[in-house]
Design a protein around this ligand. Structure first.
Ligand SMILES: Nc1nc2c(ncn2[C@@H]2O[C@H](COP(=O)(O)OP(=O)(O)OP(=O)(O)O)[C@@H](O)[C@H]2O)c(=O)[nH]1
Ligand SMILES: [Mg+2]
Length: 315
């Protein structure tokens, strides 16, 4: 069954791609089987991460970038990470996907992924969905996330190139810059440049970059202005992406290696905890260990050592 689905994914069947991503989203064991089957056929796609504050115009920008990519003959996969909280449900989903203009184009596959139920594992789910699209032969995969937490930073860190989108007049000029986003940006985009304050924001970001001494051969993130709604400046963003891609081949392999390491460590940790909770411990036992640590009856180091020993003693 998995074999057939893998074959259909490799043949770029849109229904199979959608089904495969659902398996990953649902954390179905079939998803892992599928990834094992297709992994050898991945690694060709270029991953573009787009992050920024809510409403910055990320989806509008991604829509425009997609048009540019299609224009240059490349196929595109878009993964929009929907910051659905358990409280709002999926109600905002449709609204997030402001990318309807490509719905009739087979060269564009758009998928929204909810953050619900993926505590800590969201970057893995997103990365795995990207692998599916990669195996299906998409040339470029764009991942849109709202830059708010560590999870999003992790996702963006795993992209080949990271675009950080900012907007003027959002109150604080250094908005996302504080949240560790500054360090992960390869390209800054000041969107809504039709609004007042765009130049000031560009200067603020440039001033921040000036604090870092870039080596001659080091990539210095460009700060570009766009009006995503009209498409103004978007071609420059696309050029910057292509320039980054060709300029930093060694940087790219280092980043991909880091991504492989991150994925491996994250998977082993998750598998280990699953083994512990499903095969070693009694139901609710982890909770009582936590209670004892909170009550200072047990220290976390001893608890971790004991759990590790018991896990290793259980096949
Ligand atoms: N004035 C102006 N409005 C823009 C621009 N780009 C996007 N918008 C508008 O800003 C609003 C939000 O755009 P989206 O593309 O949905 O923004 P987003 O960052 O994807 O939003 P979330 O995914 O909800 O965080 C929409 O009403 C867009 O039409 C721009 O360059 N100028
Ligand atoms: Mg959006």
């Amino acid at each position: 069954m998995t074999g057939a689905l893998a074959d259909r994914v490799l043949a770029a069947d849109p229904c199979a791609i959608a089904r495969a991503i659902s398996l990953i989203e649902d954390e179905d064991p079939g998803g892992a089987e599928l990834l094992q089957a297709i992994f050898g056929r991945t690694g060709r796609a270029y991953l573009v991460g787009v992050t920024g504050p809510p409403g910055a115009g990320k989806s509008t920008l991604v829509d425009r970038l997609t048009a540019e990519l299609r224009h240059s003959g490349r196929t595109v996969g878009v993964i929009a990470v929907d910051p659905t909280s358990p409280f709002t449900g999926g109600a905002v989903l449709g609204d997030r996907l402001r990318m309807q203009s490509h719905s009739a184009d087979e060269g564009v596959f758009i998928r929204s992924m909810a953050t619900r139920g993926h505590l800590g594992g969201l970057s893995r789910a997103t990365g795995d969905a990207a692998l599916i699209l990669d195996a299906a032969g998409r040339d470029v995969i764009v991942i849109e996330t709202v830059g708010v937490g560590q999870d999003e930073v992790d996702i963006i860190r795993t992209a080949d190139v990271s675009i950080v989108t900012l907007v003027p007049g959002a109150g604080d000029d250094v908005q996302a810059l504080k949240a560790g986003i500054m360090e992960i940006a390869d390209i800054f985009v000041v969107n809504k440049a039709d609004r007042e304050g765009a130049d000031g924001l560009v200067s603020a970001v440039e001033a921040n970059l000036a604090l870092h001494a870039y080596a001659a051969d080091e990539w210095r993130p460009p700060v570009l202005k766009t009006v995503a709604t009209s498409g103004q400046g978007v071609a420059d963003v696309m050029q910057a992406v292509d320039r980054f891609r060709t300029r930093s081949a060694s940087g790219q392999s280092a980043r991909r290696r880091a991504r492989s390491e991150y994925r491996l460590r994250e998977l082993v940790a998750a598998r280990f905890m699953a083994h512990l909770e499903q095969r070693v411990l009694q139901e609710g036992e982890i909770g009582s260990v936590v209670d004892r640590i909170a009550a200072r009856e047990l220290d976390p180091y001893t608890a971790a050592r004991q759990l590790l020993e018991r896990a290793l003693a259980t096949p």
